[in-house]
Design a protein around this ligand. Structure first.
Ligand SMILES: C[S@@+](CC[C@H](N)C(=O)[O-])C[C@H]1O[C@@H](n2cnc3c(N)ncnc32)[C@H](O)[C@@H]1O
Length: 247
């Protein structure tokens, strides 16, 4: 469980070297760094901070899975005592570290994780301590369902009892055109449809089954059935009892 294809960290390292901003936000032009960082600020202001206020979250630890170069984590870090950036790519983390040093941000810890279990193996002290855990533009690139499953387990272990997780998936219909396109070799496809950077559409039922079986409860959904489907989750306090009662 939880094994990644060997090439995934290498592919993201390569994307970071070629043009990190373009591969992170495919709509951002190569020279438009201001737009890249402004998009992160905007997501923090309009999506994540409202959750902090609405759910009266503690502002101890925020953790991002797939933090890239820090587009979201850097602006969020000033609202939390500690921010933690997890990524599979050392090249992304290297750039994120540089960006945070340039801004004088000192409360971010970085975890280079080649697989989900590595997060708690490296920082066991984070178990049950994360107040806000989020991941945007990441799970849509992961092909293997077992890797998503393993991440759900890690998320359940990381979350504080009062914490929430905010996760993005692409749940558009897998149309015949989508399935046909995915069978073509990379050489015939434009860069944004090639393997690793293409968006993987998932069945909501499949995702929600994985969440439930890891003891996570969906408390809200935004834009279901679209490329911007967001799930808001918390630990289900009855999960252990429900699992016990199952035949
Ligand atoms: C499109 S970028 C998004 C970065 C950031 N979330 C943002 O919105 O600016 C995807 C990031 O996820 C990372 N990533 C891809 N697969 C991952 C995995 N299985 N575990 C952790 N990070 C992963 C990539 O290295 C890359 O930095």
């Amino acid at each position: 469980m939880g094994q990644m294809t060997k090439s995934m960290p290498d592919r993201w390292d390569e994307f970071a070297r070629v043009d990190a901003h373009r591969y992170i936000c495919t709509g951002v032009g190569p020279d438009d760094s201001r737009k890249f960082w402004a998009s992160g600020e905007q997501t923090i202001e309009t999506e994540l901070l409202p959750l902090v206020h609405e759910f009266r979250l503690e502002v101890g630890v925020a953790l991002e899975i797939g933090c890239g170069v820090g587009r979201l984590l850097l602006p969020l870090a000033r609202h939390f005592a500690t921010a933690v950036g997890v990524d599979v790519s050392g090249e992304m983390i290297l750039r994120a570290r540089r960006n945070s040093a340039d801004l004088g941000i000192r409360n971010i810890e970085w975890i280079l994780a080649s697989e989900p279990n590595a997060v708690l193996q490296q920082r066991s002290g984070l178990a049950g301590k994360v107040d806000l855990l989020y991941s945007l533009l990441v799970f849509q690139h992961i092909e293997q369902a077992d890797l998503i499953d393993s991440y759900m387990g890690t998320i359940a272990e990381l979350l504080a009892g009062s914490g929430v997780a905010y996760l993005h998936f692409d749940t558009r219909d897998r149309t015949a055109l989508y399935r046909f396109r995915n069978r073509l070799p990379d050489g015939l496809l434009p860069w944004f449809w090639k393997r690793s950077i293409r968006r993987i559409r998932r069945e909501p039922r499949e995702i929600e089954r994985l969440m439930r079986r890891r003891g996570l409860e969906v408390i809200r959904e935004l834009a279901p059935g679209t490329a911007e489907h967001r799930y808001l989750l918390r630990k289900n306090p009855h999960a252990a009892r429900e699992a016990d009662q199952k035949p």
